[in-house]
Every structure is written in C-alpha cells, then in structure tokens.
Design a protein around this ligand. Structure first.
Ligand code: C5P
Length: 227
C-alpha cells in the first residue's frame, strides 16, 4: 500500500503566546516541525510527505528537511481542515489510490512503533483508523454555569490523536463535502463519520502529545529525551 503523509502546519498557534508559530519553536536541537518531519520522512512505507504551510510562512525554507526529495509543500487554509484538504487535493494528483496518513505538525513525539501499529490495522479496519488514547479520568458533563449535570460513561470514551489513516479518495471526497455543508471538522475521522463511515480506534502511546500550551514544550522535551 502506497502511503502519503500529510502534515497540516499552517496554524499560527495563538494559544502558545510565542513570537512565532508554535511548530517553529525549538525542542532541543531543532524545531518541533523538524522533529515531526524527521519521523515521517524516515519511515520506509511513506513515499511522500506533503506539508501545508501558511501563505506568509517565513520559516519553513530554513529547515534542513525542506529540500528532502520526499517532501512537497502546499499553501494551507483558514482552518486545519482546509489545510488538510489543500494537501489532499495535491495527493490526488500524485496517486489517488494511495492512503493518507494525516499527522499534526505539533506532535513531534510520534514514534515509528505507532505508525506501524496504525498501518498494520488496515486489514481489521479497511475503511481507515486513527490513533487514540482511552480516557483515564472520570468524565463530567456541565451546564452553562459550570455545574455538573451528570457523569459520562468513561469506558467508551477516547482522545483522538494523530496520525489518522484513510484512503485518499474517500477522505478528499468526504472532507470537501463536509466543509461545503458547514460541518465543524476538527479531525479527519469526523469527516468520515459524517459520511457514515465508522473508523477504527488504534490505541497509541500516551507520549504522542500535541504541543498547545507553553507547559507542553517541557513535557515534549522530556519525552524526546527518552527515545
Ligand atoms: O491549533 P491546533 O493545535 O489545533 O492545530 C493542529 C495542527 O493543525 C497544527 O499542526 C497546525 O499548524 C495545523 N493548522 C493548519 N492550518 C490551520 C490551522 C491549524 O495546518 N489553518
């Protein structure tokens, strides 16, 4: 199976409060995005990596990975889903029969072990699957005033992580339809669910965190140092 990795990296990371987009903040020797790209570019099953960048991106061309023969760039869009769709449109022109492995730029601690687990789930989940982590805490639903209305059954709840793994044709079709219908899409699986598909859940490593707030940088550095 031919696999094209898609990396939405067009966000500005406003929750980070930094002077540049969070994917370009340093984590040890290189930026968050550089770490993420290294993991994907070095995986033998991934034939191409398409990265979606902000139209005014000043930083990407300075990365050593920018000239890697497997790497291609596209201009992203206003929301994460628009950026993914721009990359999918490009992937369709390369090989519509391939599968897309969509992974957030801001998750640099991804391991090959988890990519292999997800790719290996294809037989079990022929319509696609995502990495996910079972919820550990007791879950509460609140009303608008912050009062608990009830406790939500935890056993069936998962955190959706990335990568998310789907056939390019199906994902491009469902994502473009869902966006045109103004459906709120925060990950690839939600576009597939909207179209009636039930993607599989593949339990992933808990260190595959998304760097969102300043504290996450220290945690990511710790996880990276343990590899
Ligand atoms: O902001 P958040 O952490 O949810 O973004 C997840 C990923 O989506 C990040 O890697 C970010 O760069 C990317 N993104 C994008 N295009 C946007 C917004 C976010 O590629 N318009």
């Amino acid at each position: 199976q031919s696999i094209i990795a898609i990396v939405p990296a067009a966000g500005i990371g406003s929750r980070m409060g930094a002077d540049k987009p969070k994917q370009y903040l340093m984590l040890g020797q290189q930026s968050i995005l550089a770490h993420t790209l290294d993991v994907l570019l070095s995986h033998e099953c991934i034939v191409q990596v398409i990265v979606a960048l902000h139209p005014q991106d000043q930083y990407f061309k300075q990365l050593p990975q920018a000239k890697h023969p497997k790497l291609m760039q596209v201009i992203g869009g206003g929301e994460r889903a628009d950026s993914v769709l721009a990359a999918l449109d490009h992937a369709m022109s390369i090989n519509p029969c391939a599968w897309a492995l969509v992974h957030d730029a801001a998750r640099p601690c991804l391991r090959h072990e988890d990519i292999n687990k997800l790719i290996g789930s294809l037989k079990q989940y022929p319509q696609g699957a995502i990495l996910a982590a079972p919820v550990r805490d007791t879950m509460k639903r609140s009303d608008a005033n912050g009062l608990i209305t009830n406790t939500v059954e935890r056993a069936l709840l998962w955190h959706a992580l990335t990568p998310q793994f789907f056939p390019i044709v199906a994902l491009q079709h469902n994502l473009s339809k869902a966006l045109a219908a103004n459906v709120s899409i925060t990950d690839e699986a939600s576009a597939m669910e909207w179209a009636g598909v039930m993607p599989g859940l593949v339990s992933g490593r808990v260190d595959n965190i998304k760097v969102t707030h300043p504290d996450d940088l220290q945690l990511a550095a710790l996880f990276m140092s343990q590899s």
